[in-house]
Design a protein around this ligand. Structure first.
Ligand code: HEM
Length: 414
């Protein structure tokens, strides 16, 4: 599919070819219809770099898209109380809040989730990555699912370690968080996603509630304790806020980073000269991670709901309408990045939008960068001759994020 051959009237980011490779469609939108109304999704899609930045900095593009949904769909007598309760937890997430509530939560969490707390994770990330890759090699058949065997357990273990979740509860933790994915990222054609997500949310919040009570009695050197004691002269996080934020961190902390590790390894496998360059000059790893975020990052779109009527490029976005702002598209905008479809780990230009920008700029960016900059080179070092298989890659069919369901690869056994 090329940009010229796309029928924009029927543009669908969830069509199978766009799920596999959204970039031709995003390029066509960026060029011909940068503020695009999609009748299918009853939403706007904004794809140019400057417009995405301006919207992410503009309070009229509201982050609170949960409250209107809950009021419209979950208040009636037929509404499922479990689903309503799950949405109430989501309503407590800072990423879904506008000012001043957002600023308050972010300020308090910033006291717990500090650069120092992230740097302290370096040795743990190295150790967990090494253990997982040892397991892969020990199995002795030269094949690996880089998502299921490596990126996913790595990022889930790191955030669980950081929060203070006991190792023996990790599997359980992962199942619940998988179930919540359907609530947060949405998807098409799965009618059960709300009820399954609500069940996962109920179990995870009840589990975390117990853990928070334990930590209230016996503080430890971890993020849950740091959140409990995070306070300033004005206030502190409530018990429920610590739980909701714990769910947010667990969730935000591993889904996206898993996808980044996957797409970073994939880009290097598809660009052998870049892989060789990184091998010869390991100090380029920081640049390689930034380029992976730009070239094929996990944030395909971020959602907003209009808090006021706004005119943009001659179109009027009405109050209450939904908007998808696309970092994936902005990151390939030729007005900003030279040769945007080229993967280049030495690229100088900063400003990729993979972590968003403005008030909601990703709080976990330093942790994600740390994990990816360890995981990607370790995978190549421990799995010699790493290569793709003939199996087609399956991508998650969702609008918000870009990531592989599985990432089958082969390597040469020692
Ligand atoms: C490669 C990995 C990651 C990517 C691509 C990513 C992307 C993003 C993006 C685009 C946003 C902004 C959302 C918006 O404007 O609506 C965001 C916010 C956020 N991210 Fe990340 N993220 C990643 C990893 C992490 C990690 C590891 C954590 C924590 C452990 C984390 C925690 C958060 C939080 C708490 C917010 C909300 C910030 C706020 O609302 O002020 N993220 N992330």
């Amino acid at each position: 599919m090329t940009a010229q051959h796309i029928d924009l009237e029927r543009a669908d980011l969830l069509a199978p070819e766009a799920v596999a490779d959204p970039y031709p469609l995003l390029a066509a939108l960026r060029e011909h219809d940068p503020v695009h109304w999609s009748p299918r999704y009853r939403s706007w899609f904004i794809t140019r770099y400057d417009d995405v930045v301006a919207a992410l900095r503009d309070e009229r593009f509201s982050s609170d898209r949960i409250t209107p949904y809950r009021r419209a769909k979950l208040e009636g007598p037929d509404a499922d109380p479990g689903v309503r309760a799950a949405f109430e937890v989501l309503e407590g997430w800072m990423v879904f809040k506008d000012q001043p509530d957002h600023k308050r939560l972010r300020r308090l969490l910033g006291r717990a989730f500090t650069p120092r707390a992230v740097t302290q994770m370096t040795a743990a990330v190295e150790e967990i990555a090494a253990e997982l890759l040892d397991d892969v090699v020990r199995r002795g058949h030269g094949s690996v699912d880089l998502i299921g065997d490596f990126a996913y357990p790595l990022t889930a273990s790191v955030i669980a370690d950081m929060l203070g979740v006991p190792r023996e509860d990790r599997e359980q933790f992962k199942d619940w968080s998988d179930q919540i994915t359907g609530l947060v990222f949405g998807g098409m054609g799965d009618a059960t996603r709300h009820t399954v997500g609500a069940r996962g949310m109920a179990e995870l919040t009840s589990y975390l509630s117990g853990l928070v009570r334990d930590h209230e009695r016996r503080p430890a050197d971890d993020l849950i304790s740091a959140m409990i004691s995070a306070r300033d002269d004005r206030d502190a996080l409530s018990h429920d806020e610590v739980i909701a934020t714990g769910v947010l961190l667990l969730f935000a902390g591993h889904e996206t980073t898993t996808n980044l590790i996957g797409s970073g390894v994939l880009a290097l496998l598809r660009h052998p000269a870049q892989r060789r360059l990184l091998h010869e000059r390991p100090e380029l790893v920081g640049g390689a991670v930034e380029e992976a975020l730009r070239f094929d990052g996990p944030a395909k779109t971020v959602a907003r709901v209009m808090g006021a009527d706004v005119e943009l490029r001659g179109r009027v976005l009405r109050r209450g309408e939904r908007v998808f702002l696309s970092p994936s598209s902005a990151n390939r905008d030729p007005e900003v990045f030279a040769d945007p479809d080229t993967f280049d780990v030495t690229r100088e230009k900063a400003g990729q939008l993979g972590f968003g920008i403005g008030a909601h700029y990703c709080l976990g960016a330093p942790l994600a960068r740390l994990e990816a900059s360890i995981a990607i080179p370790r995978a190549f070092a421990r799995l010699p001759g790493l290569r793709l298989t003939d199996e087609p890659l399956q991508w998650h069919p969702v609008l918000l994020s870009r990531g592989m369901q599985r990432f089958p690869a082969r390597f040469t056994l020692p």
